[in-house]
Design a protein around this ligand. Sequence first.
Ligand SMILES: Cc1cc2nc3c(=O)[nH]c(=O)nc-3n(C[C@H](O)[C@H](O)[C@H](O)COP(=O)(O)OP(=O)(O)OC[C@H]3O[C@@H](n4cnc5c(N)ncnc54)[C@H](O)[C@@H]3O)c2cc1C
Length: 467
Amino acid sequence: MVNTSKLFPLFGLCPFPTQSSTMNAQTRNPRSKTRKKPSSYGASRRSALKKTFTQEQVTFTAPLSPDPLVVIIGGGISGLLCASFLEQRGVRSTVFDTGVHGLGGRLGTRVVDRNSLVFDHAAQFFTVNDSRFAELVHDWIDKGLVSEWKGPIGELQSGGNFVPFPSSPPRYIATHGMRSLADSLLAQARMVNVVRPCWVSKLEPFNGMWHLSENGKPCGQFDAIVIAHNGKCANRLLMTSGLPLIAKQMKRLELSSIWALLAAFEDPLPFWDATEVPFEGAFVRGVDSLSWMANNTKKLQNSHNGGPHCWTFLSTAAYGKQNKVPQENIPAATSSRVTAEMLESVEAALGLSKGSLPKLSYTRLQLWGAALPTNTPRIPCIFDPFGRAGICGDWLLGSNIESAVLSGIALANHIADYFQSTGADPAEFAVGLNQEFQPLEGHDIGQFPGLRSDDKIDEAQLYELAK
Ligand SMILES: Cc1cc2nc3c(=O)[nH]c(=O)nc-3n(C[C@H](O)[C@H](O)[C@H](O)COP(=O)(O)OP(=O)(O)OC[C@H]3O[C@@H](n4cnc5c(N)ncnc54)[C@H](O)[C@@H]3O)c2cc1C
C-alpha cells in the first residue's frame, strides 16, 4: 500500500480517504445509496459537483505490469498521437472513440454526395512552432497527408476591407480534409487497437485493473487510462471514477461554443468590388456573428472543377454563447434564425447588399457546444500515478492542433516512463494535479503562432512549456 503521508505534500491537498483498487467500485461510496433524489435541476447539479469532489481516491497497489495495456478514451488528435508514441515506446493501447464516420473529433470533415461537397467543419488550418511538431508535419507532408495552404488568407474588416497575411510562417492543411489525417495516423500501427463507434460510459477500478463499459456492455480491462477528451462527457465519466484529482482539474476547464455553417453556393462568392472574393480564408472582424470564413473547394481541391463552391463559416464565441442550445437537439427555429443571421453577416463582411449572395445548393448548421478551451493549466499533461490515469488534450497547453499533439506525445512518454519504473515511488510521477489555470488568448477558432507578429512572444513561451 502506498504511504499516503508521502502523497499529500506532493499533491498539496487536504488528505482524502484512499481506497484500494481491489475493492468493488460499487462499494466505494455507500452514502450514495442512501442519498435522497434531488428535487430540482439546481440541486442535482450541486450534488453532482459534490460527488465529483468528495469521491474517494482509488489507489492501485498491484505491481506494474511489464507488458501494460493502456486505454485511450478519445480518438481526437491528442489521443491518436498518444497511442502512436506509446507504440514507439513499446506500450500497447486501445483507443475508443465515439466517431461514427471516422476518428478525429474536432478534426472534422463533412463529406456530402460522395465527395462532391467537402467541408472542414471544425479545425481549419494550423501553423507550426515546436520543432517536434515540425518533424511530424514534415513526415505527414512526405506521406501526402498534409500540404501547405498557399491561397491568400488574412483579416477581413466588415464592409469588405481585406488585408492579407504575409505568406510566412507557412499554413498547413490536411490534404484531403482534417478527418482523413486523423484516420491515417494509426494506419501502420501494430500495437494499437481502435474501437469505434464506442462511447465509454463507465470506468471501474477492480482487482488492480481499470474495467470499462459502454452502457453496461464491458469494453475490456486495462492497466492505465488516458482521458483524451473533455467537456461534459469527461466530467460525467470522472464523477464517480475514483479519480477526484483528475476530475477536479477537468472541471476547472472552461470551453467556448461556436456555430459552424456549411454552405455550398452555385456560383463564386462575389466581393463588393469584384466578381469573386480575393481570399480563400479570412478572420472576420467587426461582425457580431462571424469570426472565420473559408473556401473549402479552393482549399482542399486547389483548383475548381466547375461544381458547387463550398464555404465554412464559423461564428464568434460571443455569438455561440448568446445563442447556445443543446447541440444534439437544435430547435428548428434557432437553426433557421442562426443560419439567416450568419449569412447576413457574410454579406456585411464582404461589403455586399442584403440578398446578393449566390443561390445556395446545400446548407448545414452545427453547434460545437464544447468548441475551444478558454483557460489552461499550461502543462503538457496530467497524470495521477496512484489511480494510474492521465489526461491529454489541446486545453492543457493551448487551443490548437499543435497543443493537442504535444500533449498526446508528452503523456505517452510519461506513461511509458512510469511503466518502465520500478513502481517503488509512484509519487514522483504525479504531474499537474494541482496546477492553477490561466486564461487563454487567441482567435475564436484557436491559436496560430506567428501568423501575425503580435502573436509571437506569448506563443513562444507557451511552447517552451511543452519541453
Ligand atoms: C470550430 C472549431 C474550429 C477550430 N479551428 C482550428 C484551427 O483552425 N486550427 C487549429 O489548430 N485548431 C482549431 N480548432 C481546435 C482543434 O480542433 C483542437 O485543438 C483539436 O482538434 C483538439 O484535439 P483533442 O484530441 O484534444 O480533442 P478532440 O478532437 O475533441 O477529441 C476528443 C475525442 O474523444 C471522443 N470522446 C468523447 N467522449 C468519449 C467517450 N466517453 N468515449 C469515447 N470517445 C469519446 C470525441 O468524440 C472526440 O472524437 C478548432 C476547433 C473548433 C471546435
